[in-house]
Design a protein around this ligand. Structure first.
Ligand code: KIV
Ligand code: ZN
Length: 513
């Protein structure tokens, strides 16, 4: 039996700090359930002191998750730690993750604190946290730019005060794999008590090295990796969970460590996070990208037909990527649809199932072939729609060479129907003007992207929209066989999130990366 590496998912904490990647409570609960099903060891569910919404999310997740440890983030102050302890209290297994900066740059400019004072804070914060919960993780923020002597002292104090996990973040994504690994080796060999705790890697991807650095940490003694689905996280993101897990699995010969992760759920998790955040997954993204197992050139296709191992180092099914099968059409019945949903990882309650089935029938009437990806888009859209306070009810657009391009739009806003007709410089502009007329707001459109969900001219359009009001950034994604309907739904989705985010964060604070 090889040794286990614990997987710590921070999609809902560091991931949510990514500009535009906000998640609602319902979305976080769904994601937490999926992470638990995937057998993630530790779920970092949020930063409870940051806002009432974050507190409630960590608290609600703590109540429903039984298998994974639920962790909340906290700075080094008493109020932060106590709020965090309260949030994770209902969890079957709970953890407080407290951090403070240790690099000269951060201590001088960010904390404006003398190094000796920082050491005192480490002692006090870990001691307090340990009095409240059994598992305490301590992080040295900006560890990779910290003087080594000082880092050793800081880690020793954290261990003596009762930390059970020591995290060494590459906060700014600056390290190279050899350097990062060497820090772990040094700390594990030289800090008294290092053998009593788990060392953890937390890498940012500013130089594209987050996964390589995390694996180097494991080679040098780390036994926990902090990562996020699709590599979500501050700036260029965190190490991608799916890449870490599959690297450990495929290259067990080089890295004899295993994780408990149920890898067949990786693609479902990637799609869910992409849908929730509105961030598309790049086609050539390792493991979960649409092209990750596609073979285009004749030579490659020929090799694949003779033996798949010629060009594939893992089987697509092990990560939950099936071929884009032709699955169903308008003659498929409820039973077949239910089986298909369950194969795709969805168990819907009766009403949600009937709603999804009706949407599927509508789609099958308009589209000859309905693929797995169509069904995923349809079910995910329906889930987001139910939670929204503003809903697109009806849209009629006049487009074409003659103009004027006009959109007639009915929205349901907090249960009340409102409608308008607006012109625009093109049909999309007309649709967005109509939304602005019904819900006046200052946010600007930062991104508008259209992709086809599957192949063919009758494919559903998947639209991503990002809005920013200068303070907050939100994104949403929606799909429909009609590109303009998908555009309206995506814009309204991002607007719903902006409204919710403003409410959630009133009076809140932001964490470090
Ligand atoms: O990147 C970082 O340093 C962090 C800490 C809060 C762990 O996210
Ligand atoms: Zn981070």
């Amino acid at each position: 039996m090889s040794e286990q590496v614990f997987i710590f998912d921070t999609t809902m904490r560091d991931g949510e700090q990514s500009p535009g990647a906000s998640m609602t409570l319902e979305e976080k609960l769904d994601l937490a359930k999926l992470l638990e099903d995937m057998r993630v060891d530790i779920i970092e569910a949020g930063f409870p002191i940051a806002s009432q919404g974050d507190f409630e999310a960590v608290n609600a997740i703590s109540k429903i998750i039984k298998e994974s440890t639920i962790c909340g983030l906290s700075r080094a102050g008493q109020k932060d730690i106590e709020r965090c302890a309260e949030a994770v209290k209902p969890a079957a297994r709970s953890r407080i993750h407290t951090f403070i900066s240790t690099s000269p740059l951060h201590m001088k400019y960010k904390l404006q604190m003398e190094p000796e004072k920082v050491l005192e804070k480490i002692h006090d914060s870990v001691t307090l946290a340990r009095n409240l919960v059994a598992e305490v993780e301590w992080s040295a923020e900006d560890a990779t730019r910290t003087e080594r002597d000082f880092l050793r002292r800081a880690v020793e104090i954290a261990i003596k005060a009762g930390a059970t996990t020591i995290n060494i973040p590459d906060t700014v994504g600056y390290s190279f794999p050899e350097e990062y690994g060497a820090i772990f080796k040094d700390l594990i060999e030289n800090v008294p008590g290092a053998d009593k705790v788990i060392f953890s890697a937390h890498c940012h991807n500013d130089l594209g090295l987050a996964v390589a650095n995390s694996l180097s940490a494991v080679l040098n003694g780390a036994r926990q990796i902090e990562c996020a689905i699709n590599g979500l996280g501050e700036r260029a993101g965190n190490a991608a969970l799916e890449e870490i897990v599959m690297a450990l699995r495929v290259r067990r010969n080089a890295l004899p460590y295993e994780t408990k992760i149920e890898t067949t759920r990786l693609t479902t998790a990637s799609k869910m996070v992409s849908r929730i955040t509105g961030f598309p997954v790049q086609y050539n993204k390792a493991i979960v990208g649409k092209n990750a197992f596609a073979h285009e050139s004749g030579i490659h296709q020929d090799g694949m037909l003779k033996n798949a191992e010629t060009y594939e180092i893992m089987n697509p099914e092990t990560v939950g990527q099936g071929a884009t099968n032709l699955v169903m059409g308008k003659h498929s019945g409820r039973h077949a649809f239910k089986d298909k949903l369950s194969a795709l990882g969805y168990e819907l309650a009766d009403n949600a199932f009937l709603d999804a089935f009706q949407r599927f029938k509508d789609l099958a009437d308009r589209k000859k072939f309905v693929y797995d990806d169509d069904i995923v888009a349809l079910v995910d859209d329906a889930a987001a729609y139910i939670a929204d306070t503003v809903k697109v009810k009806r849209l009629r657009v006049v487009a074409g060479t003659d103009g004027p391009q006009t959109a007639e739009l009915d929205l349901e806003i907090n249960g009340e129907n409102k409608w308008t007709t607006q012109r625009g410089n093109g049909p999309v502009d007309a649709v967005f003007n109509a939304i602005r007329a019904l819900i006046p707001h200052d946010a600007v459109l930062e991104l508008y992207q259209v992709h086809a969900v599957t192949e063919g001219t009758d494919a559903q359009a998947e639209v991503s929209v990002r809005l920013s009001d200068g303070e907050y950034v939100t994104s949403a994604r929606a799909s429909d066989a009609d590109t303009l309907v998908a555009s309206a739904k995506a814009y309204v989705g991002a607007l719903n999130r902006l409204i919710a985010k403003k409410e959630r964060h009133s009076g809140g604070q932001k964490a470090a990366g």
